[in-house]
Design a protein around this ligand. Structure first.
Ligand code: NAI
Length: 703
């Protein structure tokens, strides 16, 4: 079973891990946090220990092992590097994705190094960290591959500048493993003995977490968000209960080297540590080379967007028809011209356009202006708007249509020709303008609120159609002083309500850096938040077979109406998927396992001989004992000898390797849904006896 060198470049993930503050606190407790660093343990103003990042690797590492086919009997977690881009928020979903970036050969009997690199993002859109994990495979060296590059880390020839003591408890691994690394070596005394240890050992990554806390305590007390990079090599195992010291030498501003010492034996258990810290380097958001179209940019919010974009390098089409607040009148070129003059006075580049967004020709002309003047369109901010407020019964068709024509139809007319250019070039940023009135309702504005919610619908689908072409579509709900709000908002607030407070959000959503699509943000007075449409879990009445009665609706009203555990869907298919899933019996509830799931466990064993790969069994002489727990479980022995396979029900005393699993997990593994390696490292598969032999199973049977 040689290393699979073709794994280099292969993808790992994406794997998503949903977590809450409780997971972050559990991890912190696992790595020794307590009242002395309560910021990691108390949900009030909770800060997440940066090395919590590691908990996403418990699933990527097994994939790396499986892809490279390393010899499990000789693997160690060699080195770990984490580069922190942003602090980890106390809850959300982390999604990690990466590749096997290299496999190095240290030489015959010296082992091989498998390098996996991955990047994690948070569900809020921020980039969290980059991880580089090195798996040291002791038994796989000498395949004639490239040597690993030599890296030197200088430790100053003086006593450490800081030394932080810790006393992990005897039971520390039992807490730490609850964060995801449930490998038997850290819990099962029998297994630990079989692996050559007196008793279960600490997780190297648990000690790593202690070191992370120590480094923060010494170098950036109370500011884990300042951690930028943490790298190290795991050098020796450590038994729980041993006192530790993290030894730290500050080598320059923002950088330190470190190691962790077992105080009882003097052994260095983690070495070659590097820690970097400081502010997150911020790149200025720029729009050089970008062409932006802002509708209704002759006044109010649009004017400020146009100016701010131009100040940061964008060339801008300032569209405004220059009409009255209610859209009446002949219009005027003055507002757009004035804004163009302001931009030019600041050294920027802009052209005016006076077309009406409410007509298809107007929309096309606005985009033509951009193409004629600057050759393209990268950014479109649909901002033009009017108001015609009336209570509903006084809302005549003219008032209704005029408002829908400017806000909703206007966005359609301008976006369509812009979208064509963006699709062609594979880049675009579109910002729609909704309103809190639309999102939440406002007396006397049925026309306006309908139009503003229509824009959300337009965004919802356009975000899907634009996804493939790197076109991101988001929506802002501004609050600002302008002629539209002069009689609505209290005059005392006008200074605080400057449109300049809204512009930062609109600029970010218009930028290349914008990480999101299909989102709605309120923005005003420096206060920004996200609004979303969420759906409660609800109930199924009558299993979809009997038509429910209105009385049953009444009976289950509380559950129907509850938004507890509500979910945000990103498209219709997701919601339909959940709807259909509600009618699909859960595996555990079905009396008989579905045939499509590979049949019952007994069926799988009966068919096992048929899936046997005799070629792969050349020279193999082994008896596997399977002990499957659960309703569908039982014991089966699998005897492989002379390139044949025999399955016997019951226990076989000559078995050299025993595999213990739950029935559902076993079915998943044998139908290829659960990679054997993942089953093993996640604790779903427990192996007793000759672990190396168990690696044969995936090869011997066509799973
Ligand atoms: P504003 O009245 O100061 O600016 C709107 C601009 O759009 C005006 O210069 C107007 O001439 C132009 N315009 C109107 N109809 C047009 C058309 N058919 N074609 C081209 N240009 C046209 O208003 P403000 O406050 O700056 O509003 C901008 C956007 O923000 C609007 O969509 C508005 O509904 C939205 N909004 C504003 C809020 C606020 O607090 N100011 C609150 C919520 C939403």
């Amino acid at each position: 079973m040689a290393l699979n060198l073709d794994a280099v470049g292969k993808k790992i993930g994406p794997i998503s891990k949903e977590y809450t503050w409780k997971d972050a606190v559990l991890y912190a407790l696992g790595v020794g946090a307590g009242f002395s660093d309560l910021e990691y343990c108390y949900e009030k103003d909770l800060k997440v220990v940066p090395s919590f990042a590691i908990t996403t690797l418990y699933e990527t590492m097994p994939q790396a092992l499986s892809l490279t086919n390393v010899n499990l009997a000789g693997i160690l977690h060699g080195e770990q590097e984490l580069v922190f881009h942003n602090p980890i928020p106390p809850n959300g979903t982390m999604t990690i994705e990466g590749t096997i970036s290299n496999v190095y050969d240290k030489g015959e009997k010296k082992g091989a190094l498998v390098i996996a690199e991955s990047e994690a993002n948070h569900s809020s859109g921020i980039k969290l960290f980059t991880a580089r994990s090195t798996i040291f495979s002791r038994l796989d060296g000498g395949f004639g591959g490239e040597n690993p590059p030599a890296e030197t880390i200088e430790f100053p020839d003086r006593d450490p500048d800081f030394s932080v003591d810790a006393s992990p408890s005897e039971n520390q691994p039992l807490i730490y493993r609850l964060s995801g690394d449930v490998f038997q070596l850290h819990v099962d005394p029998e297994f630990a003995k079989m692996a050559g240890f007196e008793k279960p050992i600490m997780h190297g990554l648990c000690t790593h977490g202690y070191a992370c806390r120590a480094l923060i305590q010494a170098l950036i007390p109370g500011q884990p968000e300042q951690a930028r990079r943490m790298a190290c090599r795991f050098t020796k195992p450590l038994y729980p209960g041993m006192p530790l010291k993290t030894l730290i030498w500050k080598t320059e501003e923002g950088k330190a080297v470190w190691r962790v010492q077992n105080m009882e034996t003097g052994d260095i258990v983690i070495d070659r540590g590097v820690f970097e810290y400081g502010d997150i380097p911020k790149d200025e958001i720029r729009f050089d080379g970008r062409v932006a179209v802002v509708t209704g940019a002759g006044a109010g919010l649009g004017r400020v967007y146009a100016l701010e974009l131009a100040k940061r390098g964008a060339r801008v089409v300032v569209n405004d028809l220059g009409g009255a607040r209610d859209g009446s009148g002949e219009g005027s070129s003055t507002p757009a011209d004035q804004v163009v003059a302001e931009i030019k006075a600041l050294g920027g580049d802009a052209v005016a356009n006076y077309d009406n967004v409410a007509t298809p020709e107007g929309g096309q002309n606005i985009i033509n202006s951009a193409r004629d003047a600057f050759g393209t369109v990268d950014i479109l901010i649909n901002n033009a708007g009017i108001l015609r407020d009336k209570s509903f019964l006084k809302m005549d068709p003219n008032n209704w249509q005029s408002v829908l024509a400017v806000h909703l139809n206007g966005a359609y007319h301008v976006t369509r020709p812009a979208f064509a250019i963006m699709k062609e070039k594979g880049y675009g940023r579109i910002v729609m303008t909704t309103s809190a009135a639309g999102l939440y309702g406002n007396f006397g504005q049925t026309n306006y609120t309908a139009a503003k919610m229509g824009l959300i619908g337009l965004m919802n689908t356009l975000k899907l159609e634009g996804q493939k072409y790197n076109i991101k579509v988001n929506t802002v709900a501004p609050v600002a002083a302008s002629r539209l709000t002069e009689d609505v908002l209290p005059p005392d607030f006008f200074e605080k309500l400057k449109p300049e407070f809204v512009a930062p959000m609109v600029l970010y959503l218009s930028s290349e850096e914008c990480p999101v699509t299909g989102n709605i943000y309120n923005a005003g007075m420096g206060c920004y938040n996200r609004a979303a449409i969420v759906t409660g879990p609800g109930v199924v009445i009558g299993k979809g077979q009997e038509i429910p009665t209105p009385e049953q609706v009444v009976d289950t009203w509380e559950n129907i109406a509850s938004l507890k555990n509500a979910k945000e869907y990103t498209q219709l298919n997701e919601q339909i998927g959940d709807l259909l899933a509600a009618f699909t019996p859960k595996k555990a509830e079905t009396a008989e396992p579905a045939a499509t799931d590979g049949g019952s466990v007994a069926d799988i064993f009966n068919a096992m001989a048929d899936t046997f790969n005799a070629e792969a069994a050349e020279g193999v002489d082994v008896i596997f004992q399977f002990c499957i727990s659960g309703k569908d479980g039982g014991d089966w022995a699998c005897i492989i000898k002379d390139k044949t396979c025999t399955i016997d029900a019951g226990m076989n005393e000559q078995a050299v390797c025993t595999l213990k699993m739950a029935d559902n997990d076993f079915r998943d593994m044998m139908t290829g849904k659960l990679p054997a390696m993942q089953a093993y490292t996640s604790g779903k598969l427990q192996i007793e006896g000759d672990i190396m032999k168990s690696q044969l199973i995936e090869k011997l049977f066509k799973i």
